[in-house]
Each structure stands twice: as C-alpha cells, then as structure tokens.
Design a protein around this ligand. Structure first.
Ligand code: C2E
Ligand code: MG
Ligand code: MG
Ligand code: MG
Length: 286
C-alpha cells in the first residue's frame, strides 16, 4: 500500500508547476468589488544602490489580497483591469495606499523614494496628471519622492495629451522611469520623447546575463546608453551574487531582485530595513 501511495504521488521534476488554485477569470464586477474593498494593495520591493550599498527606494507592486484566493499576483489580473477599463481606479488606489504607507513610515525626507507602475495608455487621459498631483499634494508628500515607471504595452495613440501629462507631472517634481527596457515597445522611441530619470533593464536580460556573452553585450550597451543620457540605470530581477558582481562591473547603478528581497507587505518594510542593512552593505561589497 505504501509503495502504491508513493507511486500515485510521484511527480517527475519536469512537470510544469501546479496552476494557481482558482483559474476562474475574474469578472469586471469582481475587480470593481476588490478595488472598492481595498483588496488590491502595494507590496514593496527594495531597490539598492551598488556604490553606497544602501536601499534607495522601493517599487510598489500590486497584489490582490482576496480572503478566499489568497495573494493574487498582478500577472493574473492587470490585463483584465486594463480590459475592463479600470486602470485609472487601480492606479489611484495604489497611489493612495503608497501615500498612506509613506506617511506611516513617517520620515518624509529621509525615506527612500517609491516607484509606481503606470501603463502608457493612462497618460492619454487628459485629467491623469491633475489627479495624481492633487492626491500627492493632499497627502503632504513631496512629489520628488515618487517615480512613475512607464511600461509601454501598446503604441501611444495620443502623444500630445500624453506629453502634456508628463510635462505637468515633471514640473511638479515627479520622476519618470522607463520600465522593462528592451522589450515590447519600451524602446528608444520613448527615450527620444520623454525626459526620463531612470532606465530599468528588463529581467529577461538580467536573468541570463551570466550565461551568454551576447546578452552581456546587450546589457552593457543599454547601461552605457543610459549613462550617456544621464539616467540612473537599474537592473531588475537580480537573484544571484554572480549577477550582482557582473552588473556592478558593468557600471550598473542600482539593483532590484530576489537576492535582496521579494516584494513584501507595507508592514514588513521598516522591520526589514532594520534587519537587513548590514547584509545588503556586505552583498554590495563582496
Ligand atoms: P515590473 O514593473 O517589471 O515589476 C518587476 C516584476 O519582477 C515584479 O513582478 C517582481 O516581483 C518581479 N521580480 C523582481 N525581482 C525578481 C527576481 O529576482 N526574480 C523573479 N523571478 N522575479 C522578480 P510582479 O509583482 O508579479 O509584477 C509583474 C508586472 O505587473 C510588473 O512588472 C508591472 O508591469 C505590472 N504591475 C505590477 N503592479 C502594477 C500596478 O500597480 N500598475 C500597473 N499598471 N502595472 C503593475
Ligand atoms: Mg516596474
Ligand atoms: Mg520592470
Ligand atoms: Mg519586467
């Protein structure tokens, strides 16, 4: 019986990962309800400056905290949010949580910056900048502490409106980051129009950088270009010390990835910072 039991449970290592428990596609109502009940909130992943060996910021990444399904990652709902026309609600919900968290962390000037993800299509809404500026002002947060990470998942239709929004946000002190650089539409096309302050190299390049000289060259040229344009360069998805060392040698400014931490709930941020300062400084020196 024991043997039979074992055989029935046997899973070869090559089987694909077990799919998430609940594969039912959430409806627009499900997502609206989740937003209304504040179930979609930011988890925070640290961004570390290699020279200083210090945390210089956190990226806010959306998580749907559902009492039944548990913590649902954005890969399972962001596209639907967009399809249902709820991206603006999501961004404002995320922003409000980020502002409340920043105020709870309570050291307005000392605390590192927070990055928020926005999709480029949202910039085509003429009222976008005003909403963001108003909410940040009302929360008494300095806009220079906020970086907007732009992923271009589709071509911009109304560039004039988008550039107007960006201009207003920049005038108010917000920073812009080009996310997932090297993939899809996140490209030189964008760089030529928008005054970014940061360039994030996509994880798909970073995770294979130690395997291939070819990829190494691609990453190196992206870093060089970023530097020439005066941008802070960030590599996302760094998981190993080897990758850190390579990227540091290549002149990358900042690093984000599971090597330091996976995204964590807001309540873990301060304790995590207290417990990990020395480990991070050591990792950056090694
Ligand atoms: P992104 O902005 O490029 O975020 C980086 C993703 O890489 C995150 O996935 C993060 O958890 C993951 N990551 C970071 N370090 C590592 C690592 O070392 N190893 C691995 N395997 N993964 C790592 P996440 O949180 O699942 O987010 C996926 C994407 O969903 C984000 O990619 C972003 O495009 C989108 N997203 C997340 N939150 C929001 C949001 O509030 N609004 C919008 N519009 N999009 C969002
Ligand atoms: Mg991002
Ligand atoms: Mg990214
Ligand atoms: Mg990415």
């Amino acid at each position: 019986k024991l043997l039979l039991d074992k055989l029935l449970r046997y899973q070869p290592a090559s089987l694909p990962p077990v799919p998430p428990r609940n594969r039912i596609r959430p409806s627009a109502l499900d997502l609206k309800r989740a937003l209304r009940l504040n179930q979609i909130k930011p988890f925070y992943q640290p961004k570390v400056a290699l020279q200083q060996g210090e945390v210089v910021g956190f990226e806010a990444l959306a998580r749907w905290c559902d009492p039944l399904k548990g913590i649902v990652p954005p890969g399972e709902f962001i596209d639907l949010v967009s399809e249902y026309g709820l991206l603006k609600e999501l961004t404002l919900a995320m922003l409000d949580c980020v502002l409340a968290d920043m105020n709870a962390w309570n050291s307005l000037d000392l605390f590192p910056s927070v990055s928020l993800n926005i999709s480029v299509n949202q910039l085509e809404d003429p009222s976008f900048a005003n909403h963001i500026i108003r909410n940040v002002k009302n929360a008494n947060i300095n806009p220079t502490k906020i970086l907007l990470e732009i992923t271009e998942s589709a071509l911009m239709k109304d560039q004039a409106v988008a550039l107007g929004n960006i201009g207003r946000l920049k005038l108010n002190g917000f920073g812009f980051s080009i996310d997932d650089y090297g993939t899809g539409f996140s490209s030189m096309q964008q760089l030529s129009h928008i005054a970014f302050s940061e360039l994030k190299i996509d994880r798909s390049f970073v995770c294979r950088v130690s395997e291939s000289e070819h990829l190494c060259n691609i990453v190196q040229s992206s870093l060089d270009m970023g530097q020439r344009l005066g941008l802070t360069t960030v590599a996302e998805g760094v998981e190993t010390v080897e990758e850190l060392q390579l990227l540091r040698a290549m002149g990358c400014d900042e690093i984000q990835g599971f090597l330091f931490s996976a995204p964590m709930p807001a309540s873990d941020v301060l304790p995590w910072l207290n417990d990990n300062g020395a480990r991070i400084a050591n990792l950056c020196r090694c």
